[in-house]
Ligand binder design. Structure first.
Ligand SMILES: Nc1ncnc2c1ncn2[C@@H]1O[C@H](COP(=O)(O)OP(=O)(O)OP(=O)(O)O)[C@@H](O)[C@H]1O
Length: 310
């Protein structure tokens, strides 16, 4: 559904998107993640035909977004970060206007507007002026606008940004519902949201793709490379160098607890679980060991690790 090949965007001297390639298959729900300024909006604006690339290409449903822009854009429902709405229009009037701009006939527009009003839960506000709507309802109108021409692909740029927790939950439920019969690319900062909705994530940082996989695989990799915490009753000057020298261990930090107990955290390489080695070392040295566990990784850990600046 989306095929991005060596796409780049330069703003003056700054390379905001650097030679990225990825694809999204029909029916996938892909979370597009990255810290502020990573290049998400720039990429999305290129994919939706609003911004010309400095290099590379992108196809939507096999149509080149730059050379076959009209065909490609017909298939995209785009909800930008700050949904531009006409405040002095009423909801239904605005959606009808948008449907006509998008080329729907009068009768198709009427039918589709009624459908998206129902899908997006806008029945109660369809006659209201847009300027009187809450942010949550404005987002729904933005989603209805993105859907009105019946696109196969939805591209949503931070759709829950600025909403309160209840509104976030409502929009998330709506997106989950829409995901049943659309391909979705969703950019967000809310990682729990991605874990709940997406079947794959793409992490971008400084204009480059750092990872593209299912949340489960990314978390599993992170778990393998994970953190192990242990509590040993021995001075840190003795235990820390020993723990730091264990195979695969990259870093150890220790903090003193009561009665000469010491809590140490070990970060290790991918594929290694140091728990057994720690237990053996403690036993060999006669160090009392009262706690030993592996930290369960989350998508947030993956995100922080992938986008860490060090
Ligand atoms: N119109 C522009 N002119 C110059 N630089 C820009 C422009 N738009 C974005 N940038 C820069 O390009 C980089 C990528 O920005 P972009 O908005 O794509 O990031 P983002 O991942 O969407 O960030 P955020 O999560 O904050 O929205 C940033 O360093 C930003 O300052």
């Amino acid at each position: 559904m989306i095929e991005v090949t060596n796409l780049s965007k330069r703003y003056g001297r700054q390379l905001a998107v650097r030679d990225i390639s990825f694809s999204v298959a029909r029916g996938e729900i892909v979370g597009f993640l990255g810290p502020n300024g990573a290049g998400k909006t720039t990429t999305i604006r290129m994919l939706t035909g609003y911004l010309p690339p400095s290099g590379g290409s992108a196809k939507i449903a096999d149509f080149d977004i730059f050379r076959q822009s009209i065909e490609a854009r017909k298939r995209i429902g785009y909800m930008p970060e700050n949904v531009p709405l006409y405040d002095d229009m009423r909801v239904r009037e605005f959606l009808s206007f948008r449907a006509r701009i998008k080329g729907l006939s009068n009768s198709d527009a009427r039918r589709r507007v009624s459908h998206v009003i129902e899908t997006c839960g806008l029945e109660g506000v369809r006659r209201k002026m847009i300027k009187t709507l809450s942010k949550g309802y404005r987002q729904r109108v933005g989603l209805a606008d993105a859907l009105v021409h019946q696109p196969e692909l939805l591209i949503l740029d931070e759709p829950t940004n600025g909403l309160d927790p209840i509104q976030i939950r409502q929009i998330r439920e709506l997106i989950k519902h829409l995901a049943l019969n659309h391909t979705v690319l969703i950019s967000t900062h809310i990682l729990s949201e991605v874990e709940m909705i997406a079947n794959r994530v793409i992490i971008i940082d400084s204009g480059k793709i750092k990872a593209a996989d299912t949340p489960q695989n990314l978390i599993a990799d992170m778990r393998a490379a994970g953190r192990v915490q242990c509590e040993i009753q021995a001075p840190a000057e003795i235990t820390t160098p020993v723990l730091a020298n264990l195979p695969h261990v990259k870093k150890v930090s220790s903090e003193p607890l009561e009665d000469n107990w010491m809590r140490s955290t070990l970060w290790s390489d991918s594929g290694s679980d140091t728990r057994q080695t720690i237990a053996s070392i403690a036993s060999e040295n006669g160090w009392p060991l009262r706690s030993l566990f592996r930290h369960e990784a989350t998508l947030e850990d993956v995100f922080v690790e992938m986008t860490r600046k060090d």
